[in-house]
Design a protein around this ligand. Structure first.
Ligand SMILES: Cc1ncc(C[n+]2csc(CCOP(=O)(O)OP(=O)(O)O)c2C)c(N)n1
Ligand SMILES: [Mg+2]
Length: 401
């Protein structure tokens, strides 16, 4: 296991082992101590691809990516590039007034594509609001992700169409939904698994602690995939936990592992391992993908108010896309033609996204009151009537129009 001291701020205290895993019997003898200027107790990460693009061996996780071909690697690269392009386009569309808000995934492409590509079609995903890369892997059309951010619908896709639940804004709540769904899978006798995405900030929510307890006690086939992007809006991870997040799992009685969140291969391998455990009836796993939110929390946020540029610069050197490109080039797995074709495909995707957003019809003003309750509700009826009166007041001012 190669160790990389990646935390950019004050070291946290680490009470557990130094291998980036806890709660398993897996050996840690190949682990070196973290080195570098920071004399940190920061634990090791599972890493298969260094920031320079060098493939490093890992006795425990290599087997989960042993069958990866050069074509597969190009596919992972394509996924990350197109996801980043889509994300950049959405950020621009917000700046042009076409979207009300956007939550960028910039920097988190490897965590999302690596874990997303580890899933089977019959697995079920419970995302937060930033999982555009996972949505891509599930086959959700990217333009469908934009409706809610434009304010023209409440979701934009059929969750059961791709086994990809709607985005969840209520922080951490989807970990409970995932746990319940996973418990249902067990009752059905199926061997599918569930993955719940959440953030470092969400790890402080009571819902997440409850989901950990229930999934452990009921041995539910669920993978808790925490993207530790170092920030919860303006709160650093140090304010969420006194121990590295993956070590939280130990107290609940299931394994936790920290993976280099900017290494797509490592995320693929570790998530496959965790899904295999789930399918084999071994219960939940916590994966902490140690990564970085390169952009603002959302387009409504200004990170220059609370963090320094040098932190971002340190993480830029570990860029997930750049490291796979370096690997593809040094291993002669991709030529100039591949990169040129991908650039053209990115341009086409950008165009398609722009056109689709601008063509989205405005919803009926009263649609928001539909589907709140299956059989209606007196309070909703009252609110609808109030809103109708409000709308009518504009018509009066405007000469009845
Ligand atoms: C229950 C709840 N509390 C507060 C918020 C406001 N809120 C929105 S995003 C966010 C931070 C989440 O941080 P993290 O879990 O690290 O996810 P990230 O945005 O970094 O991906 C907060 C507090 C919310 N949406 N839901
Ligand atoms: Mg976060």
């Amino acid at each position: 296991m190669t160790v990389e001291s990646t935390a950019a701020r004050t070291p946290r205290r680490s009470a557990g082992n130094k291998a980036g895993t806890t709660g398993t019997k897996r050996t840690t003898s190949t682990t070196k101590k973290a080195t570098g200027a920071r004399k940190s107790a920061e634990p090791a990460l599972v890493q298969l691809l260094t920031p320079e693009g060098k493939r490093v061996k890992n006795a425990e996780f290599d087997k989960y990516v042993a069958d990866i071909t050069a074509e597969d690697l190009r596919g992972l690269y394509r996924d990350m590039v197109l996801t980043r392009r889509f994300d950049a386009e959405a950020t621009s569309l917000q700046r042009q007034g076409e979207l009300g808000l956007w939550a960028s995934l910039l920097g988190q492409e490897a965590a999302q594509i690596g874990s997303g590509r580890a899933l089977r079609d019959d697995d079920y995903v419970f995302p937060t609001y930033r999982e555009h890369g996972v949505a891509w892997c599930r086959g959700v059309d990217p333009t469908n992700l934009l409706g809610m951010f434009r304010g023209v619908n409440n979701g934009g896709w059929d969750p059961n169409g791709n086994n990809f639940h709607l985005y969840t804004i209520v922080i951490g709540s989807q970990t409970l939904h995932a746990t319940g769904y996973a418990m249902g899978i067990t009752k059905d006798g199926a061997d599918s698994a569930v993955i719940a995405y959440f953030g470092d900030g969400a790890s402080s929510q009571g819902d997440v602690a409850e989901a950990f307890t229930f999934s452990a006690v009921y041995n539910a086939p669920v993978v808790f995939f925490c993207q530790n992007n170092q920030w919860a809006i303006s709160e650093p991870t140090e304010k969420q936990s006194r121990v590295p997040l993956y070590q939280r799992a130990q107290g609940f009685g299931f394994p936790g592992v920290r993976v280099d969140g900017n290494d797509v291969l490592a995320n693929l391998a570790v998530t496959k391992w965790a899904l295999e455990r789930a399918r084999a009836g071994e219960g939940p796993t916590l994966v902490e993908a140690f990564t970085y939110r390169m952009g603002a929390h959302t387009t409504s946020d200004d990170p220059t108010r609370y963090r320094h540029d040098d932190e971002r610069a340190a993480w830029e050197a570990k860029d997930p896309i750049l490291r796979l490109r370096r690997h593809l080039e040094s291993a002669h797995h991709a030529d100039e033609g591949f990169f040129a074709d991908l650039e053209a495909e990115s341009e086409a995707l950008g165009r398609r996204v722009r056109e689709a957003v601008r063509a989205m019809p405005d919803p009926d003003h009263f649609a928001i009151f539909e589907n709140v309750y299956a059989d209606g509700h007196a309070l909703v009826d009252e609110e609808r009537a109030q809103f109708a009166a409000y709308q009518a007041s504009f018509a009066d001012e405007d000469g009845g129009k």
